[in-house]
Design a protein around this ligand. Sequence first.
Ligand SMILES: Nc1ncnc2c1ncn2[C@@H]1O[C@H](COP(=O)(O)OP(=O)(O)OP(=O)(O)O)[C@@H](O)[C@H]1O
Ligand SMILES: [Mg+2]
Length: 256
Amino acid sequence: MGVLELDNVVGGYGDTQILHGVSMHVDAGEIVVIIGPNGAGKSTAMKAVFGLLKLTDGAVLLDGNAITNTPPEQVVRQGVCYVPQTGNIFPSLTVEENLEMGAFVRTDDFKPRLKEIYEMFPPLLEKRLQAAGTLSGGQRQMVAMGKALMLEPKILLLDEPTAGLSPKFRGEIFETVKTINSAGTPILMVEQNAKQALGIANRGYVLVDGKNRFEGTGQDLLNDPEVAEMFLGGGKQPEKTSKPAAGKKPRKSGKA
Ligand SMILES: Nc1ncnc2c1ncn2[C@@H]1O[C@H](COP(=O)(O)OP(=O)(O)OP(=O)(O)O)[C@@H](O)[C@H]1O
Ligand SMILES: [Mg+2]
């Protein structure tokens, strides 16, 4: 079932159109990854879902209902949480205060959810009274994701959660993303570390110049020579243990 759908979304900043008809969807239980070159419109696509962008055409659907051009505070209440690329925590607040801030629109008792978040991210329990800004980069990302999860969203949007992290922390973040997903939250994630991200993804989209370029399962995209050439480092191919079945090749999207 489609949890989130972007249907031919067109929009941009001021008079500058950035998204020229982007379509993608996330189904229940899925991790879906968006990759593409710098400036392709990946972050802009996330902002389009979150109501931070004026769309001039197309639609955004949540559980089949249009949320196109709904303001962010209402998008949050409807169950979409978004962790932006930068500035996603309050560094001078403690870990726990950050998590509590995440619950700001909840009117019920959020303490049980806080307990669940600490169970999901044990390092955060240990450091709950420490200023979030003093944590490692990987743990700061955990705070950002934990904060978003306080609302028990229907879907979580992550913009480059591993940006600037060392390979060790990157691995931890991808494990964290899998943990969140296994606990029941579908995830739409933009990532530069395409190989690792597609490795944990059910499906992926390649955006180029504000348009869909390729789409397929994580494995399909990893095994596609053109995608590999462009995004996975010099056309090196992953080992082909699970060659995709015929007819399941990554599709070139759109008519462009
Ligand atoms: N607030 C803004 N106002 C005007 N133009 C913007 C704004 N944010 C982004 N852009 C422009 O929109 C285009 C797409 O940017 P976007 O941030 O969506 O790319 P991206 O794919 O996320 O790139 P990156 O990999 O560098 O994060 C770029 O040309 C960028 O300069
Ligand atoms: Mg971006």
